[in-house]
Design a protein around this ligand. Structure first.
Ligand code: HEM
Length: 418
């Protein structure tokens, strides 16, 4: 192990690493760890603190996302007893209920049935129609704070855009958007490393409140259908002879509402920070629609909002590099590290919106590939280009700090001035 005062230690010989994800120095800059892994040639390594293998190489992460021998769910092929899992915690019943039919927790054929039903609303040609609405919303928000000369950007700009847009798509009234953000933020605590019991209780209460609210809205839509995704989910023709149950509709709506803003908020914050720190001229970065798209892609690569997802081995698997994973074991996919892999990207640690090799794994790959990627890209393109065009003197007003949630790599707040 190396003995420097770093928040991690890596042994290239054994391909084992230790790094405490909740240590300030670590989660403020996980890229130092990733660089050291890449320098040690550790495209896969055993992360002691998590107790499982992780993949850090681009090729490896991308391949595993598509590998059918792995899944996001395991209970369809093994029992809790076989896995040595304790019984579900009663104080997490409501949270578990929201997750039960989440697309992210399903595997085919149930996954295919649910995803097919919502997919159409999110394909590029449909979300492209939202572009003018997104641009108008971004400008409306900037109108609201332009005169002040300074603002906390996450709350005033980054959060409302995706929250309002996904709420409008689903059919949740706009004035509920920030309540959705509050529920979602509380639920997301469940994905923290070493989650506390207090956080579990809060997440459960938020889940119960969220579900109650949606059940009320569903009852309204049954009485009075509208042109929104909630009505569509309730009334869509059956797929494979099955209509969606109310529980499935509730789970799917919660997933879309949560996933629909959480990562986009953080990508916006990370992107503004990256651009301001780079010293590059925003005028050039957003000069044309093509360059805007490339800049957004590079922001997604350079400082991804989601750093680790896991998969279960659905059978015993031998991976390249002599890694044996037994059925039921977990493997970590390090998106933030894969996006900085020097074997895949030239000058991987340099923010370069002019690069042509920017295609990254920030939205995942394979059957769970982010359904909202086309929407998120449009939101980021419109919001960032409007922001830098309207406020050309934009600068950081305080050093930004990342939240203590390693998997969700986003800022606590982003104070800017102009
Ligand atoms: C920059 C913003 C976003 C990022 C970086 C992001 C990233 C991701 C990633 C990495 C996954 C795959 C997780 C896995 O395979 O384990 C995913 C799945 C998903 N995302 Fe996003 N996402 C973003 C925005 C959105 C938006 C705007 C929506 C709104 C609809 C959304 C909805 C979903 C859904 C429903 C899934 C699950 C898909 C499935 O399991 O089939 N995401 N996202």
């Amino acid at each position: 192990m190396n003995a420097l005062a770093l928040p991690f230690a890596i042994s290239a010989a054994t391909r084992r690493a230790s790094a405490a994800p909740r240590e300030l120095a670590f989660y403020q800059n996980p890229y130092a760890f990733y660089s050291a892994l890449h320098a040690a040639g550790a495209s896969s390594f055993f992360w002691e603190d998590y107790g499982h293998w992780c993949l850090a190489g681009f090729k490896e992460v991308n391949a595993l996302f598509r590998d059918k021998r792995f899944g996001r769910e395991i209970l369809h092929v093994m029992t809790r007893e076989e896995l040595g899992w304790p019984e579900p915690k009663p104080h997490l019943a409501a949270f578990a209920q929201t997750e039960r039919y989440s697309l992210l927790n399903l595997e085919p054929p149930d996954h295919t049935r649910l995803r097919t039903l919502v997919n159409r609303a999110f394909v590029s040609r449909n979300v492209e129609q939202l572009r003018p609405r997104i641009a108008a919303l971004a400008n409306e928000l900037i109108d609201g704070f332009e005169q002040e000369g300074e603002v906390e950007l996450l709350k005033a700009f980054a959060a409302p855009i995706p929250a309002i847009i996904i709420a409008e798509m689903i059919g949740v009234p706009r004035d509920m958007a920030m309540q959705l953000v509050a529920w979602s933020n509380t639920m997301v605590q469940m994905y923290m490393f070493g989650v506390t019991e207090a956080a579990e209780h809060e997440a459960n209460a938020a889940s119960a409140g969220f579900m109650d609210y949606l059940r009320g809205l569903i009852a309204e839509r049954r009485r009075q259908p509208r042109e929104d995704l909630l009505t569509h989910m309730l009334t869509a023709d059956p797929i494979d002879g099955q209509k969606l149950t109310e529980d499935e509709v509730v789970s799917t709506a919660i997933l879309l509402l949560n996933a629909g803003h959480e990562a986009t908020v953080h990508t916006t914050g990370n992107a503004v920070k990256t651009i301001l720190e780079s010293g590059l001229d925003p005028k050039t970065l957003f000069a044309t629609p093509e360059q805007t798209a490339a800049t957004v892609e590079e922001c997604l690569r350079f400082d991804a909002p989601l750093h680790m997802f896991t998969r279960y081995a659905l059978q015993d698997v031998e991976l390249e590099g002599g890694i044996s994973v037994r059925k039921g074991e977990v493997i970590g996919l390090m998106l933030g590290a894969a996006n900085r892999d020097p074997l895949r990207f030239t000058h991987a640690d340099t923010f370069d919106p002019m690069r042509s090799d920017g295609a990254n794994v920030s939205f995942g790959a394979g059957i769970h590939f982010c359904i909202g990627a086309p929407l998120a890209r449009i939101e980021l393109q419109e919001s960032l280009s409007a922001l830098f065009r309207r406020l050309p003197g934009l600068r950081l007003a305080a050093p930004p700090r990342y939240n203590n949630v390693f998997h969700f790599h986003g800022l606590e707040r982003l104070d800017v001035a102009w």
